[in-house]
Design a protein around this ligand. Structure first.
Ligand SMILES: *Cc1c(COP(=O)(O)O)cnc(C)c1O
Length: 230
């Protein structure tokens, strides 16, 4: 089942790229493996998956040592400041930075480990109360503040769009985040690039790609439904 799911997702990514005149290499598929056991991730690894997304520090802690270092781990979930030390230097990218205080903590841990930690700024595109993320209109000023920190590097933006039945409903939000990234890139801020746009999940990754996503985070579409009861 895993192989068929991966093939389907891969085909749809390719088609979305074709529709929007983009190259497949411009889009990284992050296999979101949260709640899934290590054996399942190993199966995915054997099928060629090298990029995994997780949303809990504890789970990263358990899973990372089980794999060789050709795997890139992405922290995509809300991150508490007191947990930063456990993942600093171990993950390829932290997608979920939405405050100066969190970025300061990441920079502090980066300094201790003598690494510059790549991050994305999480933007709450639809202004949903239930979601983390900075408001679109506050993003530029936050990026400017974070840019001054030595051991983090802002690489782009991330958004989690609303849960919708028709993915077309999210197109305006993806477009808005793309436009925002273009506006921020134009500011030419030192230590900041807007090369990465992490947007699109199982329900809406094709629309996200059409609107410029360079990373899509697909969980259910690859691994099937999650069981949170275990
Ligand atoms: C769980 C999760 C995903 C994947 O969601 P699916 O709908 O299962 O593809 C993507 N991004 C974030 C931040 C998540 O927490």
């Amino acid at each position: 089942m895993l192989k068929e799911n991966l093939d389907t997702v891969e085909k749809r990514i390719q088609e979305a790229c074709d529709r929007s005149g983009r190259k497949r290499e411009e889009v990284t598929l992050i296999a979101v493996s949260k709640t899934k056991p290590v054996e399942v991730l190993k199966e995915a690894y054997d099928l060629g998956v090298r990029v995994f997304g997780e949303n809990k520090v504890q789970e990263l802690d358990v899973k990372i040592p089980e794999f060789s270092d050709d795997v890139a781990w992405h922290m995509i979930g809300h991150l508490q400041r007191n947990k930063v030390k456990y993942i600093a230097g171990k993950v390829a990218l932290i997608h979920s930075v939405d405050s100066l205080r969190l970025a300061e903590e990441i920079s502090k841990e980066g300094k201790k480990k003598d690494v510059v930690i790549p991050i994305l700024i999480e933007v709450n595109a639809a202004g949903e109360e239930s979601k983390f993320g900075v408001a679109p209109e506050e993003t530029l000023s936050l990026v400017k503040e974070i840019a001054a920190l030595e051991n983090v590097q802002v690489k782009g933006l991330m958004t989690i769009a609303p849960y919708v039945v028709d993915s077309e409903e999210n197109r305006p939000y993806f477009r808005k985040i793309k436009d925002l990234s273009v506006d921020i890139a134009k500011e030419n801020i030192d230590n900041v690039s807007m090369d990465i746009l992490s947007m699109g999940m199982t329900g809406d990754y094709e629309v996200a790609i059409e609107e410029g996503a360079t990373m899509v985070r697909v969980g259910t579409g690859i691994f099937g439904e999650r069981d949170y009861s275990i």
